[in-house]
Structure formats: structure tokens, C-alpha cells
Ligand binder design. Sequence first.
Ligand code: TRP
Length: 335
Amino acid sequence: MEDKKKILYSGMQATGNLTLGNYLGALRNWKTLNEEYECFFGVMDFHSLTVRQNPAEFRQRARNLFALYVAAGLDPEKNCIYFQSHVSTHAELSWILNCYTYMGELNRMTQFKDKASKHSDNINAGLYTYPVLMAADILLYQADVVPVGKDQLQHLEITRDIAQRFNGLYGDVFTVPKPYTGKIGAGVKSLQNPEKKMSKSDENPNASIYLMDDADTIRRKFKRAVTDSDTQVRYDVKEKPGISNLMDIYGAVTGKDMKDIESEFAGVGYGDFKAAVGEAVAGLLAPMQERFEEIKNDKEYLDRVIGANDEKAFYVSNKTLRKVKKKVGLTDRIK
Ligand code: TRP
């Protein structure tokens, strides 16, 4: 009998424009994971509602994020890629888990504090219970591992706490997930402030390379990237954070290590180095951008894969939800 693969769960919010940071840090690596894991990747559109969205734009963006998953090489036959909002189990389990999560725990979430201060005119309850919905996402699929960035580790920690609490009360219902510790991509920093991470919510468009930026824009942004007043291409995160970030990016794209990059650009100014990074990144993104253009308007194809994967996600997650409902004592629906 074939060994059962472990389960991996992740997803991105359909908010903002994805950046090179999202690509090198997550998306690019996701397509290699299905060899080892059974993979589920959600378009986390419910989470995006915690911040006001323009409905027409939001609809398009969510759909584009799905197309981008495919364009980035996630095979929708081998990975379950689907919309969170199309699968009703997420909202249901999220409600139930709300009743097994303490306000004291949620009060500690640093992302909530952060977002509440940024959106002080709209501190809604969804923003507060956001981590519970995320716990539901993960636990519904009995995920063993979850690849997330540093900023989401606290949410994964609370997911584990909720799962353990629930299991303690009702027996082993949920797999307690672990952070994915395999090779994850480079931590890409802002091009304008290399102390900060490259973020899709950065107000300065020159700080980020967006996945849909054309080659000229990419070259220009790298040319303008903030560096130090030295001239040596040398890896030193403390003293030369800007250049080191560009080296990290160049290394992530070309596979070269920092020593190789230092010797490749020894005695050449920053200008030539930045041009090389721009070229490399433009070349990396071009095939994905072409594929995205091909499929984004192929309604028939997208509808077909979305429909099939939504259904699979429902089937898998509903098994967990049914178990949970039974355990807590909810009555069955009459058929
Ligand atoms: N909160 C995550 C983010 O903003 C997105 C997300 C929602 C997620 N549910 C998840 C990630 C479940 C991993 C697993 O990045």
C-alpha cells in the first residue's frame, strides 16, 4: 500500500498586489511541495473582508489571485486550490472554534494590535477573530504542516492551542499542525527601506516589485533601490542592508551564493549590479506573467478547475466538520 502523504495547508489573502516577496517567499516554492505532501492552497477571501473592499475590484482580485496560483505553476489537478468563501465549512467551524477561544488569547495577537492601529476607523469583530478563522482553515483539512511567514507564526501558535484544547475535551479530533520547516524562500526587504519587509500594503510603489510589473518598471525600481554610499558589492546585512537585500534577491533568482555574487561584481559599481538584478528578476517573472495573461480571461478553464477544487475542498473539510458537530453535541440535519 502506498504511504499516505502528509497534509500541507496554506493560502494568501486576496488583498493588495502580490510582490516579489510573496513570490520568492511562498508561491514559487509551493509548486514543489506536492511531491511530498497532499497540498491545499486557499484564496483567503473571507479574511480580506476584515478590511473594507471595493466589491468589483475585490471580485476581480480574488479571481486573479486564483489564476496567479495556476500561472505560478500550481497544478490544479495535483493541488487543491480553491476559494475559502466557496466552502461553507470554513465559516461554520470558525463559529464553533470562536466558542473555544479566549478573549485573553486574542488580545495578545500582535497583528490585531497592528491592524487596529492602522484602521482605527474600522476595528471590527472580524479583525479580532481573524486568527480563529485561520485556525478553522487549517484544522478542517487536518493539516500536518503550514508554511507561513514570520508574521503568521503567532496565528499558527494559537491554532495549535485551540486544537489541543478541543482535543483535550473531546478526544483526538484535530491534527495539531506544525510550522513548515523545510526550505522556504528568501525574506525579501523593501527596496526603499531595507529594514522593513517588502509588503503589498506599502504605500510607496517603488518599495516593492509587483508580480505584474513589466520589465521596464522592474529595471527602474531596482535602479532606484536605496543602497549605501560605498561602492562595493559585499554581503553585510548590518552595514549594507540595501545591497545585501539585492544580493539575497539575486541569489534567490540565480541560485548563486553570496561569495559567488561578490566575485561576479568585484570592481564593478552598484549601477551594473542593480541592472543585473533587474534583468534577472524580469526574466524570472516573465513566464509566469505570460501564462497569467493566457489564462486570466479563459473563463471556461478557470470555472472548471475552480468548481472541481471547491468541491474537493468541501468534501475533505466536511468530514472534519461533521465530526466536530457530533462531538460538541449538535443534532443532525434530517435528510
Ligand atoms: N493570514 C494569512 C496571511 O495573511 C492568510 C491565511 C489565512 C492563511 N488562512 C490561512 C495562511 C491558513 C496559512 C494557513 O498571510
